[in-house]
Design a protein around this ligand. Structure first.
Ligand SMILES: [Zn+2]
Length: 276
């Protein structure tokens, strides 16, 4: 069975210490939490940064300190910065790309979020994709909708996205695509039809759908994301004690479903990234 890449989304823009005291907010907390998750089996860290008071930030200086700490404490781990829309407006969202992380998230279309529109206008999408290419940053396409997979394919065809395409299905965000099994299966089929049967893909379930999407993705041969950004609980009654605990649960799931967990060199090779 092909190895499963585990991505840990450590912080996000929304969860607070009041939701779960284990959410890492400061850069030093983020580095510590990432190291524990790395030691538990995660090979990609997906990161947002925050102001010390917890507000979302797109401050490149914070991203730079985080990158330096993760490189020091987690050798070879794939660093992925978020260019998501909750951390800033317009081109602010790409201010950290000159730091040349391995990867960055890229949303290629708009959709609704729980209480707002998630705006990704075409000119901004084009600019973010061009900046990623300029600095050698591999995009992870965030598919909140089927149309985003087809848009990614169009961008791949036009040369706006180069290298091994990597799509992540995001399901379970209120007012966007729910965690719907038939849609998930069609997403997988669509990626395989457009990008080839071996094209890597990943899935993230938001809120209580986290574990469900982990199960679907691992069983279907995809890669999987977990972390406190997506859900602060292990189950209805239990807060997740750490990002590492969520990673461990996913490692255990891979074991039950007979998927080996990718190490950093396997993960880099699957994604077409330079060796560490
Ligand atoms: Zn994120």
């Amino acid at each position: 069975m092909k190895p499963c890449i585990i991505c840990v989304a450590i912080t996000g823009s929304l969860p607070t210490k009041a939701d779960n005291p284990a959410v890492p907010i400061t850069v030093s907390e983020q580095i510590e939490s990432t190291q524990a998750a790395f030691e538990a089996g995660a090979t990609i860290v997906h990161a947002h940064v925050r102001e010390d008071d917890g507000r979302p930030s797109s401050d490149p200086e914070r991203f730079a300190r985080l990158k330096e700490g993760v490189e020091r404490h987690c050798p070879g781990m794939i660093i992925q910065f978020s260019t998501g829309g909750r951390s800033g407006d317009g081109k602010d969202r790409g201010r950290m790309l000159p730091l040349a992380p391995d990867m960055a998230s890229l949303s290629v279309g708009s959709n609704n979020f729980p209480a707002r529109v998630y705006e990704n206008p075409p000119d901004l999408v084009d600019w973010l994709a061009a900046e990623m290419q300029r600095y050698g940053v591999k995009p992870e396409i965030e598919a909140f909708d089927l149309s985003h997979i087809l848009k990614a394919h169009e961008m791949f065809g036009s040369g706006q996205i180069v290298g091994t395409p990597y799509i992540q299905f995001v399901m379970g965000v209120k007012n966007a695509m729910p965690a719907d099994r038939n849609v998930f299966d069609f997403y997988v089929q669509t990626v395989q039809r457009l990008f080839g049967p071996d094209a890597p893909w990943c899935a993230a379930g938001i809120g209580r759908h986290q574990i469900e999407l982990n199960q679907w993705a691992v069983a279907a041969g995809g890669h999987a994301r977990t972390g406190l950004e997506d859900h602060v609980r292990l189950d209805r009654d239990t807060l997740a004690p750490s990002n590492a605990a969520l990673v461990k649960r996913l490692v255990d799931l891979c074991g039950r479903l007979e998927r080996p967990v990718a190490d950093v060199s396997e993960a880099r090779s699957i994604l077409g990234l330079r060796a560490a």
